[in-house]
Design a protein. Structure first.
Length: 103
């Protein structure tokens, strides 16, 4: 990890991560998605785009037998670590791959 980063362990079900194998150094975004009881329009209930946190894969486990859960260690900015952990705990987090050129 680099200075100014926190390591956030994230346990994700298969539907919450890409099918592509995650590798160390890969840039990802952590996306806050609405809870199940809200509308699924790609926007939050107030009409804004979902919040995201930029991160970098440090390590990803294989899928756990029986559950398929993958634990991904993601490095985030120190200010974003607690937010990412809260999203993961609430089950409102999805992980997406960032564009290869960083855009």
């Amino acid at each position: 990890m680099k200075a100014g980063e926190q390591l956030v362990p994230i346990g994700l079900e298969p539907k919450q991560i890409p099918a592509t194998t995650l590798v160390p150094g890969q840039k990802v975004q952590l996306v806050h998605v609405p809870a199940q009881d809200t509308t699924d329009t790609g926007k939050t209930s107030d009409g804004t785009v979902p919040r995201t946190i930029d991160g970098r894969v440090v390590r990803a486990s294989g899928a756990a037998p029986g559950t398929g859960i993958v634990v991904v260690d993601v490095a985030t900015a120190v200010a974003d670590g607690p937010t990412a952990a809260a999203w993961e705990a609430a089950g409102t987090l999805r992980l997406i791959l960032a564009a290869a050129d960083g855009n």
